[in-house]
Design a protein around this ligand. Structure first.
Ligand SMILES: Cc1cc2nc3c(=O)[nH]c(=O)nc-3n(C[C@H](O)[C@H](O)[C@H](O)COP(=O)(O)OP(=O)(O)OC[C@H]3O[C@@H](n4cnc5c(N)ncnc54)[C@H](O)[C@@H]3O)c2cc1C
Length: 285
């Protein structure tokens, strides 16, 4: 299928890009691996694509004071191969490797994935479990958006219309923490039917803290904070963890489609949360 007719611009600075985005029908394109499929289906029909891929200096991974700073045009492939990521947040490299196929990972970007907020995207769950902020520029300057309140609804974030993510800043895994990403994927697209990321610290044989990000279950990725609290102080053992994660899909508008019913997705959420927490605890040991 072909998209509707559109104009294309390749600005060479963020300022120029922001100017082009004054066109109410304009849309940012980064890797294009979410936007172009939508355009081919005519679910999006921008009259102008503003390609931020020609703006210099947006493609990097840097470690800065307990944070991984990742530029807007950094691809999944660069993240997978980054030694900084492998040292500071190996779970990010591990989960990135789970996205799509090598072609998707060669073009798709972390910033694009977060901005797109696909309810089945892998990286929103990891970003929530690690925690951090998104740095975005708009006509009124630059601001930081906390990832905890970034995902608002299906395909909807706290970004304002026409704001550009310049950088994603994810906290490095705390000293002594273990982290794991567990995914049950749709075999054709590799999108997550359900995916769970857990970052766990231990105190003795018990869980001291757990941060969890869940994707594929509700209309947006979320942190099951009641489960995180229930895990604190519990032994890092099968039965205790299994009991603590039972409410992981409670209060969530669990989605159903041709691939999985809401009941099955809620079941997957419980199983994968248990596995992710136990694997993370094992790695922390
Ligand atoms: C065959 C296939 C399989 C896939 N499998 C998976 C999978 O298993 N798991 C998974 O998580 N994803 C999967 N994806 C989606 C893929 O990860 C996308 O590349 C990614 O979600 C979007 O990144 P992008 O750079 O391509 O964004 P684009 O498609 O360029 O943009 C997506 C949206 O974000 C906006 N945007 C992009 N960059 C910015 C920015 N810097 N600031 C503000 N807004 C921005 C765009 O305007 C657009 O609305 C798959 C895609 C395909 C085609």
């Amino acid at each position: 299928m072909f998209p509707a007719k559109f104009a294309y611009a390749a600005p060479t600075s963020l300022q120029e890009a922001l100017g082009l985005l004054n066109d109410p029908e304009a849309k940012i394109i980064a890797g294009g691996h979410s936007l172009l499929p939508l355009m081919k289906l005519r679910l999006a029909q921008p009259s102008l694509l503003v390609d931020i891929g020609r703006i210099p200096g947006l493609s990097y991974v840097r470690r800065e004071d307990g944070v991984l700073a990742i530029g807007a045009m950094t691809t999944y492939r660069q993240i997978e191969q980054s030694s900084e990521v492998h040292q500071a947040a190996p779970v990010l490299a591990e989960a990135t490797h789970e996205v799509g196929d090598p072609q998707v990972r060669a073009k798709g970007t972390l910033a694009g994935a977060l901005a797109h907020a696909d309810p089945a995207g892998d990286l929103p769950a990891v970003a929530l479990a690690l925690g951090g902020v998104v740095k975005a520029v708009g006509s009124s300057g630059e601001r930081e958006l906390d990832l905890d309140s970034f995902f608002v609804d299906m395909l909807t974030t706290a970004l304002q219309e026409k704001e550009i993510i310049r950088e994603v800043r994810l906290r490095v895994q705390p000293a002594g923490a273990g982290a794991a990403y567990q995914k049950f994927d749709q075999p054709a697209s590799h999108y997550a039917l359900t995916g769970v990321c857990a970052v766990v610290t231990l105190s003795g044989g018990s869980i001291a803290t757990a941060r969890i990000g869940v994707t594929g279950v509700g209309p947006k990725a979320y942190r099951p904070t009641a489960v995180e609290q229930a895990l604190a102080g519990k032994p890092a053992e099968e039965e205790a963890v299994k009991a603590a994660v039972q409410t992981v899909a409670d209060g969530i508008d669990v989605q159903g489609d041709i691939h999985a019913s809401p009941e099955y997705r809620a079941h997957l959420a419980r199983v994968l949360t248990r596995r992710a927490v136990l694997e993370a605890a094992q790695r922390a040991r």
